[in-house]
Write a protein that binds this ligand. Structure first.
Ligand code: ZN
Length: 508
């Protein structure tokens, strides 16, 4: 018999999920097709819908019903899926309830406007255009984190209260259970182990001739090949679309409408190829969410870190291997006969795995990637502890790039303005990328020990690989957390050693 309290919540949950879908759709439109002047006006609509979204959850009826369901006896009567939904709803409720509604709506309007301001600032390579609105966004983020500091400490940090910092609150939003202290250790290990490897690998890579990559490649042809490649990996075009945007990303409305974007450069062939493999990794995750939980609060990826592990796994562990390209390289050569006829598969593989310091995070190789993240992580920590202000960002950004990677951005466009995340209000997001890399390496190490991955790839048969991920990760949505997935798969928690070993082996 269905639980009467849970039944009472259902219409609220459905309404909330529908408003979320609408907001995601507007976001998608803003970043793909909406004209430049629209956001100033559409942000009003976003504000009104955000207000409805807020009210659909934060009201007395939901509050009282949740209270009933949080009673242990009542909670135990629920099904497994219902329990997960209530846990997630509690988290969302606490987060939203702590913020005054007017501030929440204002923040949503602000970030909706900020994306276009960031785009203009980036085009003009002028941080001063973006700085004022970024300052407002940061202030909101800090304020919201402060509202929740106490409840966060009570819920997650009972045993180490004295170590809690404001930045922990937002980190926990993206990676539940992970703290600044843990991430400091995680990144220190990476720095210590990989800095010497980076220097050697970059030097060795200088000999690799990658001239073919910067020849001229017709963009429509690139797009056609990339879309074919997405399908080859398992992207289902009946449940998804691929568009163009300034910054490739994935949006999911539900498991039957998953959207990804790609970005093309006439003089860089491999950029779009690896963007589409990456985003397809995200898309497969969302498409494989179980039908039993779709359009519920748990019907999406578990965390950003797990999401990134799925995209990175496809992009790097799978997409950069020779066995992956063996059955399909000739198709790429046929698409670009003139440019690639003299480039052998081996040469192509060398180039896609070349280590070179790049000023742009999304173009970085696997080895230097984490340093892009470390820089952002250190800057965000400083912003949240008031060590620096928004105005200091470009200077410190450039200094850190010189210190860790030995390069300096030519301007703000390729420097501090390169990522969209802060414009979207997403502080605390970047560390998840590094966690995703580490999780991907750990999963790959495990999968290699239980199935003939290379044999599957050589035969052009990706199904068993995707099927394994679906069965052990994708279908669960938010029902499990990072360490639960890993422990159930391989009896271990997240361990950065797999990632470090993988990179050392690859680049030494
Ligand atoms: Zn990604």
């Amino acid at each position: 018999m269905p639980n009467k309290y849970f039944e009472k919540l259902k219409p609220y949950l459905d309404k909330n999920s529908s408003f979320e879908t609408v907001l995601n759709l507007i976001d998608w439109d803003n970043e793909t097709l909406a004209p430049i002047e629209s956001s100033e006006y559409t942000s009003k609509t976003v504000g009104i819908i955000s207000d409805e979204y807020f009210k659909s959850i934060i009201n007395d009826e939901v509050k009282n019903t949740l209270k009933k369901l949080n009673n242990e006896k009542e909670f135990e009567k629920l099904t497994c899926i219902e329990k997960s939904i209530i846990k997630e709803l509690n988290k969302k409720y606490d987060e939203l309830e702590s913020i005054p509604k007017e501030e929440y709506v204002k923040f949503k309007e602000l970030t909706s406007k900020a994306v276009n301001i960031w785009t203009k600032a980036k085009e003009k390579s002028d941080f001063s255009i973006f700085a004022p609105i970024l300052k407002e966004i940061l202030e909101f983020n800090k304020k919201f984190a402060k509202y929740r500091l106490k409840s966060y400490t009570e819920k997650y940090r009972k045993d180490d209260k004295k170590d809690v910092v404001l930045y922990d609150v937002i980190l926990n939003d993206f990676e539940e259970g992970f703290t600044t202290k843990q991430l400091d250790e995680f990144f220190e290990k990476i720095k210590k182990e990989l800095i010497p490897v980076v220097k050697k690998a970059v030097k060795d890579s200088e000999k690799i001739d990658d001239k073919f990559n910067s020849l001229k490649y017709d963009i429509d042809k690139q797009e056609k090949f990339c879309n074919w490649l997405a399908g080859y990996l398992g992207f289902d075009f009946n449940k998804g679309v691929i568009a163009r945007s300034a910054h490739p990303f994935t949006t999911s409305l539900h498991n039957h409408d998953v959207r990804i974007t790609n970005h093309f450069y006439e003089n860089n062939l491999i950029s779009a190829i690896f963007s589409v493999i990456h985003e397809t990794g995200h898309a497969l995750y969302e498409m494989n969410i179980g039908n039993d939980i779709t359009q519920t609060i748990i019907g999406t990826g578990s965390s950003i870190g797990i999401h990134e592990s799925q995209s990175r796994f496809m992009e790097n562990q799978i997409g950069k291997s020779k066995t992956f390209w063996k059955p399909i390289y000739s198709k790429l050569q046929d698409t670009f006969k003139e440019q690639l006829q003299d480039v052998s598969l081996d040469d192509f593989i060398k180039v896609i795995n070349k280590s070179a310091v790049n000023i742009t995070r999304t173009e970085a190789d696997e080895l230097t990637y984490s340093f892009h993240i470390i820089i952002r992580y250190e800057l965000e920590k400083m912003l949240f502890s008031d060590e620096i202000t928004i105005e200091d960002l470009p200077k410190i950004w450039n200094k850190k790039y010189e210190e860790y990677l030995g390069i300096k951005p030519k301007n703000d466009g390729e420097g501090v303005l390169q990522d969209i995340h802060w414009a979207c209000g997403n502080f605390g997001y970047f560390p998840s990328y590094a966690l995703g890399n580490a999780i991907a390496a750990q999963i790959f190490s495990h999968m290699k020990s239980i199935m003939p991955i290379d044999e599957y790839l050589e035969n052009g048969n990706l199904t068993p690989i995707v099927e394994y991920l679906r069965e052990h990760i994708h279908k669960y949505g938010k029902m499990k957390k990072t360490n639960e997935f890993l422990e159930e798969m391989m009896n271990e928690k997240l361990d950065v050693k797999y990632y470090i070993d993988y990179l050392k082996e690859k680049y030494n």
